[in-house]
Design a protein around this ligand. Sequence first.
Ligand code: SF4
Ligand code: SF4
Length: 73
Amino acid sequence: MAKIIINKERCKGCGLCIDTCPKKLITVSEDFNAKGYHFAKVSKSAGGCLGCRFCAIICPDVAIEIYQYEVKK
Ligand code: SF4
Ligand code: SF4
């Protein structure tokens, strides 16, 4: 399992993370951040995140963190 956290105040809304996510989990918010950008946000349940980190790697503003965790049975 993986959890995605996007720091909206670091985001400039370039859309690179949106294009690169194979699960299409990221979308653009209709709201603005303090810098006046439409920021990226998680569009669906984080349960679908693969933890591939493509979004975090491609982000030029280091706005995305991915945390992987195990689910104990
Ligand atoms: S880690 Fe991979 S699957 Fe998860 S949101 Fe980022 S690009 Fe999408
Ligand atoms: S790649 Fe980074 S700066 Fe660009 S929209 Fe995604 S989170 Fe924002």
